[in-house]
Structures are given as structure tokens and as C-alpha cells.
Design a protein around this ligand. Structure first.
Ligand SMILES: Nc1nc2c(ncn2[C@@H]2O[C@H](COP(=O)(O)OP(=O)(O)OP(=O)(O)O)[C@@H](O)[C@H]2O)c(=O)[nH]1
Length: 298
């Protein structure tokens, strides 16, 4: 049997004539280049099947178009070319094309004080759509940070004050005694709880952008939060982190508001949705806050 005789089921007429919103493949393994970094990624690639009479799309054509992503840095223009190729190879069948790429971006992060540095992984996804000649790119980025509860800090301070009253009642205050007391466990009878937290950022990019501003957006988000989780840590770094947390107490509402304000100042965005999740150590459930700007369902 040669190729000419192979049955082509996709080209048959559909028994139920009905257009479909999305048809394609999910979870395709793919190497991609982001800012020169070779990353292991997975891709979802699809098109609409607007011709309801056609039995199926041609999956191999989408799959093969993804080869364009192997050698070039991921940029909006490249994503657009891939989507254009999806549509060109489905002329008469499809009017919209979709590509989602997921990867873990690795960034080397310096310690707060010591000259050390270590790698941090940021789950990112890049979603591109081409529909009626309109091209859109949306980024999703997860940023991990530490949050210390302001309520718990205030309650702890009150207990420390109470301890001070108990320990120094009817005593004259000597500087050396107070200093020694502050350095003892009695000087901190209670500690506020803090938690590892995650900001899930969904970001719609302006159409004119030449590059994907992943690193700039991560940096903006971490600067706004103030207490990004660390990589290599010596004691001096841990002490600086403790100070940063103490100066940066936050409820999930505070984190969501800070991110909202920071992302509005970030260039290249025209809409975003922020969801912060504080994996509480006080509770067995999470504290969550969301904030949107110019965001409605795509
Ligand atoms: N449309 C469709 N194809 C599927 C599905 N599952 C597996 N495939 C297979 O995907 C393979 C590639 O499809 P096509 O791109 O149409 O392959 P082809 O006909 O050899 O390629 P062209 O000549 O370019 O059309 C076929 O062998 C299909 O059977 C499915 O659910 N839908």
C-alpha cells in the first residue's frame, strides 16, 4: 500500500454538521528558547473547526508548525507566525488559532546580604490567539513570596508588652537589664505566623510589544511584594529576610492591592487578573484575594 491509498478520515464529511470552538492537541513536549534559555516546555495547539461539514482538522500540520519554535527566542512575532501557519494549513476549515506554552523559567537570584546566589523556578505560561486577524498574547506567571500576618504581629507585640510589664513591675529601668531582657526569650514571648504565599498573575500584553516581558514583570511583582522567597541563604541573609518580613506585614488583601498598583505601572500591559493565595499556617485553609484591571473573559 502506498501513501496515495491511505484513507484520509479527516477529509471526510462529518455525519453531524456542526462547527467546533477548539480542536487540537494538548501536552505536546517541546524545547523552547526564552531569553536565550533552553527550556523543556509543553504546548497546547489548536484551531477552531468552523466548517461544520468537515470531519476533522489536520493535527499533523499543527504539530509540524511547532518546529518553528525550536531555534528562535519566543517573541510575539514568532508566536504570530506559528498561528498564521496553523490557519494557512487549515484554509477553509478554521478562522481562529490558539497556542499555549508552559515552562518553568529559571532565574538566578542573589542573596540579600551575602555574595551568594541560587536558582529560582517560576512556572510561566504563554497563550497566543489569532482570530479574525486580531492577535493577542496573555502571560501567566506564579511568584512565590513570604507573608507575615499583621494581626498576629500586633497580638504578639501586645503579649511582649504584657511580659515587659510583668518582668519590670516595681523595678527601676536599667538600660543593661532591658537590653538583656530584649535578647532573652522573654523579650519575644510570642511570634507572628507567616506563610509561603503565591501570586498567580494573568497578564494581557499590549499588541505592539516586540518581546515577552516575563523577567521584567516578575521583578516588578517581587519588588511590590518585598519578601520574595530566597535561594542561597546564610545567617546574615536570614536576618535580613526576618527584617524585611517584619517591615512588610501583609494580609492577602494588602498583597493583592500592592500587585494591582505595581502592575498598572508596568509597561506593556493592558489588562490583568491577580490572585494571591496565602497558605495559612494559622488555618488549615488558604486566605485568597483577587484583583482585576480591564479584565473580562477573553
Ligand atoms: N482530526 C483528528 N486526527 C486525529 C485524532 N486522533 C488522532 N488523529 C490522527 O492524526 C493524524 C494526522 O492527521 P492529518 O494531519 O490529517 O494527517 P495526514 O492526512 O497524513 O496529513 P495531511 O496530508 O497534511 O492532511 C492522523 O493519522 C489522525 O488519525 C483526532 O481525534 N482527530
Amino acid at each position: 500500500m502506498n501513501a496515495l491509498t491511505l484513507p484520509d478520515i479527516a477529509a471526510q464529511a462529518s455525519r453531524q454538521a456542526l462547527p467546533l470552538d477548539w480542536v487540537g492537541m494538548c501536552g505536546i513536549a517541546l524545547p523552547v528558547l526564552i531569553d536565550g534559555q533552553r527550556l523543556s516546555a509543553t504546548a497546547d495547539a489548536g484551531v477552531s473547526l468552523d466548517d461544520g461539514e468537515a470531519r476533522g482538522i489536520h493535527m499533523s500540520r499543527l504539530y509540524l508548525a511547532l518546529e518553528m519554535l525550536e531555534q528562535e527566542n519566543l517573541k510575539p512575532a514568532l508566536l504570530r507566525r506559528v498561528l498564521r501557519s496553523f490557519l494557512d494549513s487549515h484554509e477553509g476549515l478554521s478562522r481562529s488559532a490558539y497556542l499555549k506554552i508552559r515552562a518553568d523559567l529559571l532565574l538566578k537570584r542573589p542573596a540579600l546580604i551575602s555574595p551568594l546566589a541560587g536558582w529560582k523556578s517560576y512556572p510561566v505560561s504563554i497563550e497566543a490567539r489569532l482570530k479574525n486577524a486580531m492577535f493577542h498574547v496573555e502571560l501567566k506567571i506564579d511568584v512565590a513570596y513570604s507573608s507575615t500576618c499583621p494581626c498576629s504581629a500586633a497580638l504578639s507585640r501586645q503579649l511582649i508588652q504584657q511580659q515587659f510589664v510583668d518582668d519590670f513591675a516595681n523595678r527601676s529601668l536599667e538600660h543593661a537589664d532591658v537590653l538583656a531582657w530584649l535578647g532573652s526569650t522573654k523579650g519575644m514571648v510570642a511570634t507572628p505566623h507567616s506563610q509561603r504565599s503565591t501570586a498567580h498573575l494573568s497578564l494581557r500584553l499590549d499588541d505592539y510589544l516586540d518581546d515577552l516581558p516575563l523577567i521584567a514583570l516578575i521583578n516588578d511583582a517581587e519588588a511590590a511584594l518585598g519578601t520574595a522567597v530566597q535561594t542561597a541563604v546564610k545567617r546574615a541573609d536570614e536576618q535580613a529576610f526576618a527584617l524585611a518580613n517584619g517591615q512588610n506585614l501583609m494580609f492577602c488583601e494588602d498583597a493583592a492591592r500592592r500587585l494591582n498598583l505595581a502592575l498598572k505601572r508596568s509597561p506593556g500591559l493592558h489588562a490583568f487578573h491577580v490572585r494571591v493565595v496565602h497558605a495559612e499556617s494559622l488555618h488549615a485553609h488558604d486566605a485568597v484575594a483577587e484583583s482585576r484591571w480591564n479584565w473580562e473573559a477573553a
